[in-house]
Design a binder for this molecule. Structure first.
Ligand code: ADP
Length: 228
C-alpha cells in the first residue's frame, strides 16, 4: 500500500508541482497517472523513491513513513521500487545481459545467482535471444524491454514507469505496456505509470488518476483519458 496524505510539493523556484494530494494505492493495483506536461506526474513518482521530498504532507509505503527513512537506508527503499523512464540510458558498452545484471552486481550477488536471475528476467520480457546484443543493436521497444528487465531484477514491490512509451511507435508502445501489465498480473507488482498517451490509457482500461496543475482532477476505476 502506498498512501499520499495531504502532500504538497513546491520547488525552490516557486513552482507548485503538487497541491495537497491525497491518494491511496493498494498492493497489486495498476494505475495510469495522466495529465498535460507540467501537471506534476513525474514529481509524484519521484516522491515515492525519495528523489525529491515534499514541502508538506506524509507518504506511506506499507504504513512506513518514507520521509523518516534515514539517507543511508534510501538504497534499501529503492530496491523495493523498480523504475523505468523514457530516456533510460542503457550502458552502451555492456550487453543486454550485463545491463540487466548491474543491480545484482552492486548487491554483490554470486555469478551463478546473477546468471539465473538475469535469464529469468530476460525470459519474462522476451529478450533471451538478445542477451548478448549491445544496446545500439536493439530496436526502441527492445531497449525499453531491457530497461524493464533491469527494473524488475530485484523483484520490486512497486514499478514506477515515467512515460515509458514516449519514444515508441504505437505497436511498440502497446507491446511495452502489455509487458508491464503481465508483470502486474503475474508478479502482483503494483504499477504506477505516468503517461500522456491517451491511446494506451484507453486501451488498457485501468484506474486513471488525472492530474491538473498539481491537483487530482479525477480518479476513475476503469478510466479514460482525452488528451487536450
Ligand atoms: P509532468 O511530469 O506532469 O510533466 P512535473 O512533475 O515534471 O510534471 O512538473 C510539475 C511542475 O513542477 C512544473 O511546473 C515543472 O516546471 C516544475 N518542476 C519539475 N521539476 C522541477 C525542478 N527540479 N525544479 C523546479 N521546478 C520543477
Amino acid at each position: 500500500m502506498i498512501e499520499f496524505i495531504s502532500v504538497t510539493k513546491k520547488y525552490p523556484n516557486g513552482a507548485l508541482a503538487l497541491d495537497d494530494i491525497n491518494l491511496k494505492i493498494a498492493d497489486g493495483e495498476f494505475i495510469f497517472i495522466v495529465g498535460p506536461s507540467g501537471a506534476g506526474k513525474s514529481t509524484l513518482l519521484k516522491l515515492i523513491t525519495r528523489e525529491t521530498s515534499p514541502t508538506s504532507g506524509t507518504i506511506l509505503l506499507n504504513e512506513e513513513d518514507i520521509l523518516k527513512i534515514p539517507k543511508n537506508k534510501i538504497p534499501v527503499l529503492r530496491r523495493r521500487i523498480g523504475t523505468v523512464f523514457q530516456d533510460f540510458k542503457l550502458l552502451l558498452t555492456k550487453t543486454v545481459f550485463e545491463n540487466v545484471a548491474v543491480p545484482l552486481e552492486v548487491l554483490g550477488y554470486k555469478e551463478s545467482e546473477i546468471e539465473k536471475q538475469v535469464s529469468e528476467a530476460l525470459d519474462k520480457v522476451g529478450l533471451l535471444e538478445k542477451a548478448n546484443s549491445f544496446p545500439l543493436q536493439l530496436s526502441g521497444g527492445e531497449v525499453q524491454r531491457t530497461s524493464i528487465a533491469r527494473a524488475i531484477i530485484s523483484k520490486p514491490q512497486v514499478l514506477l514507469a515515467d512515460e515509458p512509451t514516449g519514444d515508441l511507435d504505437p505497436k511498440n508502445s502497446l507491446e511495452v505496456v502489455s509487458l508491464i501489465e503481465k508483470i502486474n498480473k503475474e508478479d502482483k507488482t503494483t504499477i504506477l505509470m505516468a503517461t500522456h498517451n491517451a491511446q494506451i490509457v484507453n486501451h488498457f482500461k485501468k484506474r486513471v488518476v488525472n492530474l491538473k496543475k498539481g491537483k487530482i482532477e479525477s480518479d476513475v476505476k476503469e478510466g479514460r483519458y482525452e488528451a487536450a
